[in-house]
Design a protein around this ligand. Structure first.
Ligand code: 5GP
Length: 116
């Protein structure tokens, strides 16, 4: 399927929709999730017009991982949580709702995971 230029994250990248920005570099943007699964739930998106991880260039994929590392470390330090859950969904069948590649960083603990 061709990339949808009007998806929400493409609009955020173009500055047409607001976001609570955490970090930005030449290849990635990170901001807070609008419907967080836990306090501090952040998203990392690529600046490439790619729907899934499989559509990213190797450089774009590496940049997403590097930014995800930075954000996860920063969230763990800032919120003093024991760990973070990293999620990355590809395709509607997997539950992906926004068709622009993104990583979730969800502050969590083993206890929280076991109770869900
Ligand atoms: P997915 O289910 O595709 O892996 O995750 C999409 C995520 O994007 C969801 O966690 C959802 O809350 C978040 N989201 C959807 N629309 C917006 C928006 O307009 N702004 C922000 N910041 N997050 C959004």
């Amino acid at each position: 399927m061709p990339y949808d230029n009007d998806n929400i994250f493409a609009m955020i990248l173009r500055g047409e929709l607001p976001c609570i920005k955490l970090y930005e570099d030449d290849h990635t943007l990170s901001f807070m999730d609008i419907m967080p699964q836990a306090d501090g739930h952040a998203l990392i998106i690529s600046k490439e017009p790619a729907e899934t991880l499989h559509d990213l260039s190797p450089e774009g994929a590496a940049a997403c991982i590097q930014t995800t590392q930075k954000i996860a470390r920063a969230i763990e330090a800032a919120l003093d949580v024991p760990g973070t859950l990293i999620m990355q969904l590809n395709g509607e069948g997997a539950g992906q709702t926004v068709p622009h590649v993104h990583f979730h960083v969800v502050p969590t603990s083993i206890g929280q995971l076991r109770s869900t």
